[in-house]
Design a protein around this ligand. Sequence first.
Ligand code: PEP
Length: 252
Amino acid sequence: MRGRLVAGNWKSNGDLAANQLLLGHLRAAAAGLQGVDCVVCAPYPYLFQIQQLLAGSTLTWGGQDVSQFGAGAYTGAVTAAMLREFGCRYAIVGHSERRSIFGENNAMVAAKFGAALQAGLTPILCVGETLQERESGAMEQVVGAQIDAVVTAAGVAALGKAVVAYEPVWAIGTGKTATPEQAQAAHAFIRSRIAAQDAVVAAELKILYGGSVKAANAAQLFAMPDIDGGLIGGAALVAEEFMAICKAAQRH
Ligand code: PEP
């Protein structure tokens, strides 16, 4: 049976004092959870603090992005090996904000995916369509191309060491959640797209849903057969909310 995973994406939020409080609450509450992996993805400067405060806890952590390059003359870029030095187990790649604001295309995302994997990180590959793409009936075409770019570059077996997050762009930070049925349909599509190349990899792949997940709607989403957890933005900054979402994802 696939495990459950809930990852919090802090985006460009936090400060040392607020993080300390939040991490303290998460650490205490996560100790009581079973059957779900809880991950904190934080801004780079706070990874040292997270390593100090979460070491030995049941929580793991990761970067919100990673360089597609190794060490060298790439000003501003943070390598996968650096993330590993700060205890990261995960790196988000291809978040829609990276794609739309920072101009990352499918080829760059595939390169970042490969760099993370090569350094021993588990990439959390984000895919998802815009509202316009959904309304014009292009969801499968867009999401299929995002998945295919990684499969072509890294091979389908690489997805066996990764997590996919389906995040419809129109649902991120908007308060507009996909219905459980809409999310399930997209997840089933992603799984079938991968199954066409490798049925075992597809069956074992964790596919998270992201887009305005809250404590109030998490259980209905996680009850869907192809939804294996969540990627959580705003609600990840509130300890009680994030922990309630993690709890809703527990397998009983
Ligand atoms: C995200 O940032 O990946 C996200 C899903 O944000 P939110 O939960 O705030 O919609």
